[in-house]
Design a binder for this molecule. Sequence first.
Ligand code: HAM
Length: 422
Amino acid sequence: MIKAITGTKDILPSDIRKWYHLENLVRKIFQNFNYKEIRTPIFEETSLFARGIGEETDIVSKEMYTFRDRSDTSITLKPEMTAGVVRAFIEHSLGEKQPLTKVFYISPMFRQERPQAGRLRQFHQFGAEALGSTSPLLDAEMIEMAFEILTRLGLNDLSVKINSLGIPSARENYKNELRKYLSDKKDKLTEESRIRFEKNILRIFDSKAEQDQEIMKNAPLLIDYLDDESKQDFEVVKKYLTDLNIPFEVDPKLVRGLDYYTKTTFEIISGKVGAQSSLCGGGRYDLLVEELGGKPTPGVGFAAGMERILLACENENVLNLPEPYIDVYLVRIDSDLMLKVSEIASSLRKNDLIVDYDYLNRSVKAQMRDANKMNARFVLFVGGDEFRNGELLVKNLSTSEQEKIKVSELSSLINKIKMYGS
Ligand code: HAM
């Protein structure tokens, strides 16, 4: 039997309402902040991600789904959206149409990581990007939008961590300090961190190994080496978050796994999803547009993992949606009335009622069972003496009240059912 590829997951009809709920909420919140949706292709030229995210990052060096297509172009399934959004921004000169471009997205992403709870190879992100302003109010707005979505879902066990990575020159000075600090301790680091020492020294802070953490405990911190502008912007972000009553903590060791960040970075962590606890992450990337060939344009954004968020909801026992229901189930009493049933169903459906009936030629008893299983609000019996008199029997399944209506007066029934639902 052929099974789904490791690290991919079917979203079955029984799960889909949670996805709809989350997607609707995401669209609503982003629209409240006047972000417009953008959809970019699932695959892009590999060099976009290599240049955008950084050759030495785990994503680019180990996790991308890269292949050559029939014309020998190196193609990669998108591991994240920011690079693709920036490519589209440059390609369509969006910055010339308006000074500030605010976009959001909901899309599958692909990373060949080791699968575990909350970590998949095909997963979904929603996120937002704002291009064209250096205002730290936008940094805070990103955190505000992410926090708003998570709290509206009912999540409680959240912590917002923020940091500033400064501008590259300040970061280079700091990296030299870090190199100095580690130079006589390097041999005690894990092999992975020794490699990072050479290639991407900041990421040593991400190591979970105790021996690394012990050494990094006393390491100099980037936040103490920030340039004045980054420092000031960081103060504004903190002030705005405080004014918005969003609890946060400064985590000077938050370095993030993508190379494009400058100044503010942040993550929102859930205490309820185990090892893969980061629900969302983002930050400012003031140099990325230029690095990808566009006019210098500052940017800031974030992305959130939807599977992780839904896992957090499950573990916090929130997002308990009401049972699904249908408005009307048509019970066919006489077997020769199949066409009549489908005709009535059709006119009810045209009026936006959720309607179903039996397609399997089942008995009236079995049809009633079906109606209950589907949580039907009303059952409409088609057939019997009533039907011969031009009438239908309607039963409200929650009150068991019954009434007869004329087949010719279906519209009054439709109104009644609509009122019932509202
Ligand atoms: P990221 O931190 O790589 O950032 O991913 C954002 C979120 O995607 C993570 O916090 C996590 O919830 C989810 N995620 C990442 N990898 C997986 C996985 N293998 N399985 C399930 N969920 C996963 C970015 O992608 C940046 N583009 C965010 C950004 C936008 N920065 C600026 N703008």
